[in-house]
Design a protein around this ligand. Structure first.
Ligand code: C2E
Ligand code: CA
Ligand code: CA
Ligand code: CA
Length: 280
């Protein structure tokens, strides 16, 4: 409620001119951030619901702004997409996640899959070098399924710029694909079949009201049954309570991600809390 209040205040007081100025500064700072490496990756565990063990992790970018402190990706990713800076940022996220994965393997013998978010803008970019990612995985001696790519529904509808060819190339190379925020976009169910998606992530807007809204329970159950019949594994996002976890587990949901288990945390904390534990 505090956040809403702040945004509303911002909305009513900022003139269009101020907004435009703010945006220009943000773009300038973001360019600097790319050069000065002001980003960090946080990791959030994805938990096996029936047994409570960690299954894999999602990499979520953080920006340490020299004056403003932490800037949330919700604020800067859209600007990075509009300016094309997301290409460089996205490649950095990939390399970082791959190196992290290899590091944990070398240090603890733990091979944990890391999911990264890939913007549609990256897919549409002609210079988007999927081959380069494969080379990096090979150099690190990582299996291709060490990294999973999270995409959103809109991408599946986009036949332009060889998006579908790229997705099929991922498949051929053995890189897994997750469909993020499922239920919020416009995907046609036919696309789920066509692209042979590995994981379906139920959006947190469905998870949120499981306690109060029986329709959302029905929807989650139906999504889970459908996904399983199509050969997909299901991850519920935004699991915050034990009650939500229990309903989802009973509905046959495979994995859960959310504050109930852990917030996204720095790599060193993730290593202490999860990687060491698996290694023992
Ligand atoms: P997303 O991919 O849907 O990631 C899940 C978001 O939900 C994350 O927000 C995570 O911190 C948050 N979350 C996790 N568990 C809970 C929970 O139990 N309750 C609630 N309320 N929220 C939870 P975050 O880290 O702020 O990221 C926001 C979005 O920014 C991401 O949504 C993703 O779309 C984008 N993003 C983050 N990192 C990257 C990146 O490296 N590349 C790209 N292209 N996008 C990114
Ligand atoms: Ca995601
Ligand atoms: Ca999501
Ligand atoms: Ca999202």
């Amino acid at each position: 409620a505090k956040d809403l209040g702040r945004n509303r205040f911002h909305y009513f007081t900022a003139s269009m001119q101020e907004e435009a100025r703010y945006r220009m500064i943000l773009i300038r700072d973001l360019r600097q951030a790319v050069n000065n490496k002001e980003f960090e990756i946080f990791y959030q565990p994805i938990i096996d619901l029936p047994n409570g063990e960690i299954h894999k992790a999602e990499a979520l970018i953080r920006w340490h702004h020299p004056e403003r402190g932490l800037v949330s990706p919700g604020e800067f990713i859209p600007v990075a997409e509009e300016t094309g800076l997301i290409i460089e940022i996205g490649n950095w996220v990939f390399s970082q996640a791959a190196k992290q994965c290899a590091h944990w393997r070398d240090k603890y013998g733990v091979e944990l899959q890391i999911s990264i978010n890939k913007s549609p803008v990256q897919f549409r970019d002609e210079g988007d070098s999927f081959e380069d990612w494969i080379v990096q995985l090979k150099e690190l001696k990582l299996a291709s399924n060490s990294i999973c790519v999270e995409i959103t529904e809109g991408l599946l509808l986009d036949a332009s710029m060889g998006v579908s060819e790229k997705l099929l190339a991922y498949r051929d190379a053995g890189i897994q694909v997750s469909l993020d925020d499922f239920g919020t976009g416009y995907s046609s169910l036919a696309y789920l079949k066509k692209f042979d998606i590995d994981y379906l992530k139920i959006d947190q807007s469905f998870t949120r009201n499981l306690e109060s809204d029986t329709d959302d329970v029905t929807l989650c159950e139906a999504i889970i049954v459908m996904a399983h019949k199509l050969g997909m594994t299901v991850i519920a996002e935004g699991v915050e309570t034990e009650y939500q976890r229990d309903i989802l587990t009973k509905a046959g949901c495979d994995y859960g991600q959310g504050y109930l288990f852990s917030r996204p945390i720095p790599a060193a904390d993730f290593e202490d809390k999860y990687i060491r534990a698996i290694a023992q």
